[in-house]
Write a protein that binds this ligand. Structure first.
Ligand code: URA
Length: 422
């Protein structure tokens, strides 16, 4: 076997055997297959795709490239988001479902993005520790039912190396590569139930609904093939989720949501995803699970679990620093808001310092934007549209206003939950 023959075979769109895929992954990990050869191979996959069987095999090979965590609990429920602007869902969901007895032992990322990942966001709570030993992690899960860290063990080293190459070779947006990357990590982290929030739209990894449906059913098939209960919810990411975009501003919005005072879209999403997680985790019907989720969202038990969780990880919930300066941008006209460009709002948050372009860049957790309206809302001229929280880096009024479109006629709010694949 050699890499040139395998690239050639893929180029002819012939099916690759598991042994051939294993040869490529092993060779890339041990350095005998070079970056330029792997880039050629990934580009062929990006152009021609992989069959379902090949994707299942690739996921299995990636999964076994490193450690597979065994936390010693028989029923861990995980949730994954493909990431979007203003996505603070995990910070609400994790304590909420844990307050119902669903065990959450979660690894999250920092991520390269417009804002930080869940780990960065949680670190905007002063003192919050996002790394701990495996022993402490397990102990915290068994005592309070929830722990969340940035990483644990040497999980899926093949994905780390391949993802870094995909990032610089324009091969991130391939459906089989995304499916194998996400699912190998989820399977390695030891969860028995997996709920995926697959964002679709301008501010998301996947912008076409057709591609999103393909990706969702592939991930669900891979999960089931590995005997995991798996569901994938397709959700709209054309406008930011909720009102807050940044790190500390998003944590504050997440806390308000856990107190039952969150934005409608975020609350609806939490009830939907929380219902699925709870149904899987407690083995009850989704209807019953959603009732329980709503109860703990409004009776304070979800918030109490958040307090317990933050304390266990060393954080002070009363100390979430915000930027030194604020500036209000007012609406230039009266009318209905017809679009808020999630991607551009995300880029502005990054320009303020809330996100990073390279993995070693420092980010400013205290900066961000809070929008006052959602698509479909009516706004009066000169009413505050957006509040900017900033320190050294600034953005202009024109940049903010270019993210908004207005209409004189009524606009319906976009549908948040597009589909569920299970
Ligand atoms: N997130 C991942 O973890 N992997 C991908 O390939 C894309 C998004």
């Amino acid at each position: 076997m050699n890499i040139l023959d395998i690239i050639d075979k893929k180029e002819k769109n012939e099916k690759l055997t598991k042994e051939e895929l294993q040869y490529v992954i092993n060779g890339y990990l041990d350095g005998s297959i070079k970056d330029y050869q792997m880039a050629a191979f990934l580009t062929e996959i990006d152009l021609l795709g992989l069959s379902e069987e090949e994707t299942i095999n690739l996921t299995d090979i990636m999964l076994h490239s490193g450690e597979i965590l065994n936390l010693g609990f028989d029923n861990i429920t995980d949730k994954h988001s493909t990431g979007g602007v203003g996505d603070k869902t995990t910070i609400v969901l994790a304590p909420l479902v844990a307050s119902l007895g669903v065990k959450v032992a979660k690894m999250s990322g920092r991520g390269l993005g417009h804002t930080g990942g869940t780990i960065d966001k949680l670190e905007s709570i002063k003192g919050f520790q996002t790394s701990m030993s495996l022993e402490k992690f397990k102990d915290q899960v068994s005592k309070i039912g929830i722990a969340l860290v940035g990483g644990m063990g040497n999980l899926v080293p093949a994905d780390k190396k391949i993802y870094a190459l995909r990032d610089v070779t324009g091969t991130v947006d391939s459906v089989p590569l995304i499916a194998s990357s996400i699912m190998s990590k989820k399977l390695a982290s030891g969860a028995s139930n997996i709920v995926i929030d697959l964002k679709v739209g301008s501010g998301a990894l996947v912008s076409s609904l057709e591609e999103a449906k393909k990706l969702a059913s592939l991930m669900v098939t891979i999960g089931k093939n590995n005997n995991k209960q798996t569901a994938c919810v397709l959700t709209n990411m054309d406008e930011p989720l909720g009102y807050a975009v940044g790190n500390s501003v998003e944590v504050i919005e997440a806390i308000n949501t856990l107190k039952g005072q969150g934005p409608k879209d975020l609350t609806d999403l939490v009830i939907k995803l929380g219902g699925l997680m709870t149904a899987m985790g407690l083995n009850i019907s989704e209807k019953e699970a959603q009732i329980k989720v709503k109860e703990n969202l409004y009776n304070g038990k979800g918030y109490q679990k958040m307090l317990e969780w933050v304390k266990a990880q060393g954080g002070d919930i009363n100390n979430i620093p915000l930027a030194k300066h604020t500036k209000i941008i007012s609406s230039p006209k009266s009318g209905y808001i017809s679009s808020i460009n999630a991607l551009e709002i995300g880029k502005l948050a990054r320009k303020l310092g809330a996100g990073r372009l390279t993995k070693d860049e420092e980010i400013d957790l205290s900066v961000g934007l809070i929008l006052n309206y959602k698509v479909g809302d009516y706004v009066q001229k000169d009413e505050p549209l957006v509040t900017i929280f900033y320190n050294e880096k600034e953005i202009t009024e024109a940049e903010v206003l270019s993210c908004f479109k207005f209409s004189d006629s009524k606009i319906n709010s976009p549908k948040l939950i597009i589909d569920i694949i299970r």
